[in-house]
Design a protein around this ligand. Sequence first.
Ligand code: PRP
Length: 218
Amino acid sequence: MNYLTFALAKGRLADQTMALLEKIGMPCEEMKEETRKLIFVNEELKLKLFLAKTSDVPTYVEYGAADIGVVGKDTIMEENRNVYEMLDLRLGKCKMAVAGFAQTAEKLRQSHHLRVATKYPNIARDYFYHQKRQTVSIIKLNGSVELAPIVGLSDVIVDIVESGRTLRENGLTVLEEICPLSARVIVNRVSMKMQHDRIMEVIDKMRKIRKEEERCSQ
Ligand code: PRP
């Protein structure tokens, strides 16, 4: 039997995904240890798991280095890779939004000379150019995007809002909502053919567990 290889996005989502894999009977004990190892193997179940930088997960899956990936919808949209998006895990729910100072709302509605700072230039471009038909300048940043309007680098930002705390504590607010986000399961297109039954079994089990968890938390 071939290995079934999972690419997980480093960080909180990886922990949640590991917990989910354990619940569907696919534990990877090795991964719980404090280690700097990047890839983990469960020989008995012929599983491999590796942790990758979030934005690289769709790339590993597109090229078949991983059969299955678990990553946020924001990364899927931004990277726009040729993969199947199979399941919404409804974990890590948050939203993509345009945010800024409340007094920028008017400028956002009317101006065609806005500067937009973001870690997600493709999502921002698609939203402003194609959905709103508004020409803006997009400035790519790599983190702490909320700083941009505060120090005058941009008028607004396009970023993830989860609790809203970062915006609130910096005097900023959501001006427009772009879309809801959550973690998704993505699958390599060839793996989907070659390991169809095995992959579908994993996805069905994940779907059932998530439904049960949601029912219990209501
Ligand atoms: C994310 C996002 C926001 C913040 C939103 O940043 O880019 O800054 O979390 O969360 P909140 O609404 O709960 O405050 P992250 O922590 O990934 O850091 P970064 O901006 O440096 O990438």
